[in-house]
Design a protein around this ligand. Structure first.
Ligand SMILES: NC(=O)c1ccc[n+]([C@@H]2O[C@H](COP(=O)([O-])OP(=O)(O)OC[C@H]3O[C@@H](n4cnc5c(N)ncnc54)[C@H](OP(=O)(O)O)[C@@H]3O)[C@@H](O)[C@H]2O)c1
Length: 256
C-alpha cells in the first residue's frame, strides 16, 4: 500500500517506542502530528525526523489524560492536514509496586493514560475514518497481557493493558465492515526510559530488546493489503522473566 501523503497521529512520540514509530512512519512518507506532554523533547524529535525524512511534522503538546488536550490535538491535525488516516496510540506510563504498597494516585494516572486516553482519542478520530471507509488504528498494548496470572508487581498496569487489548479486538469486529484496520502491538521488555525505571526486569539488560522489532511490526501492519488486518502482533524477548512459568510447580500426571 502506498502510504505517501497519508497523515498519522502518534502519541508518546517524543522518545522511546513512540519516537521510533514516528520515524518509521516518516520513512514511509507519512506526514505526522506527534504528541507528548513536554514541549522541548517533542520539538527536538520533530526537528530530527523532519530533517531526516523530509515529511511534514506537527508537534502538539498534549496530555492524553485530558480530554481538552486530545480535542486540541485532533483539531490542530485537521487544521494542518485536513484529515487523519492513521492513529498510533502509544503514550504510556508504568508503575512497579507490590499492590498493597502502590501509591493510591497511581491508579487514576495509569487508567487515564494507558486506557482512557486511548479510547477517547479513537472516539475523536473514528467518524471521519468511517466516512472515508478507510483508516488504521494501532494500539500499543503489552506482552505482559500474554501472562496468566499477570506479572507480579505490575497487576494494575497489566490489567489495564488486558482491557485495552480486549477493547481493540472488539473494535476491529465493530469497524471491519467500514474498511478500518485495528491492530494491537504486544511488545516484550524493550530498552526505553520506561523500562529503565523497572529495577527487577532490567537487572539483566541483555534480555531487553531494541525498538527495531516493534518498528518492523508496525511497518507490517501499515503495509498489508487493504483486505487484510493483522489483529495482534506480539514481539516478545527471546528471554524474559515474564515468559517463564509464573508459578513453578510440577504437574502430577496420572501414571499409565
Ligand atoms: N518499554 C517496554 O518494555 C514496553 C513494553 C510493553 C509495552 N510498552 C508500552 O509502549 C508504550 C511506550 O513506552 P516506552 O517504553 O516508549 O515509554 P517511554 O520511553 O517512557 O516514553 C513514553 C512516551 O509517552 C509520553 N507520555 C507519557 N505520559 C503521557 C501523557 N499523559 N500524555 C502524553 N504523552 C505522554 C512521554 O512524553 P512526556 O513524558 O513528555 O509526556 C514519552 O514520549 C507505552 O504504552 C508502554 O506501556 C512498553
Amino acid at each position: 500500500m502506498d502510504l505517501k501523503g497519508k497523515v498519522a497521529i502518534v502519541t508518546g512520540a517524543s522518545r522511546g517506542i513512540g519516537k521510533a514509530l514516528a520515524s518509521t512512519a516518516a520513512s514511509l512518507g507519512i506526514n505526522l502530528a506527534i504528541a507528548a506532554r513536554q514541549e522541548g523533547p517533542l520539538e527536538k524529535t520533530a526537528d530530527e525526523i523532519a530533517t531526516k525524512y523530509k515529511v511534514q511534522i506537527l508537534p502538539v503538546a498534549c496530555d492524553v489524560t485530558k480530554l481538552e488536550d486530545l480535542e486540541n490535538l485532533v483539531n490542530k491535525t485537521r487544521e494542518k492536514y485536513g484529515k487523519i488516516d492513521i492513529l498510533i496510540n502509544n503514550a504510556g506510563v508504568s508503575s512497579q509496586h507490590p499492590f498493597e504498597k502502590q501509591p493510591l494516585e497511581d491508579f487514576e494516572k495509569l487508567a487515564h493514560t494507558n486506557y482512557l486516553g486511548y479510547v477517547r482519542l479513537i472516539r475523536l478520530v473514528i467518524n471521519e475514518m468511517i466516512e472515508r471507509k478507510s483508516g488504521a488504528i494501532i494500539n500499543m498494548v503489552s506482552g505482559s497481557t500474554l501472562c496468566d496470572p499477570l506479572p507480579r508487581n505490575f497487576i494494575v498496569y497489566s490489567s489495564l493493558k488486558v482491557g485495552l487489548r480486549a477493547f481493540s479486538k472488539g473494535l476491529f469486529w465493530e469497524l471491519r465492515d467500514h474498511g478500518i484496520k485495528v491492530t494491537s502491538i504486544l511488545p516484550g521488555v524493550t530498552d526505553t526510559d520506561l523500562t529503565g525505571k523497572l529495577k527487577e526486569i532490567t537487572a539483566d539488560t541483555s534480555r531487553l530488546m531494541t525498538t527495531e522489532a516493534i518498528e518492523n511490526a508496525v511497518r507490517f501492519a501499515l503495509t498489508v493489503p487493504q483486505n487484510v488486518c493483522p489483529l495482534e502482533i506480539a514481539v516478545i524477548n527471546q528471554q524474559t522473566p515474564w515468559t517463564s512459568p509464573v508459578i513453578p510447580f510440577k504437574q502430577a500426571h496420572p501414571e499409565k
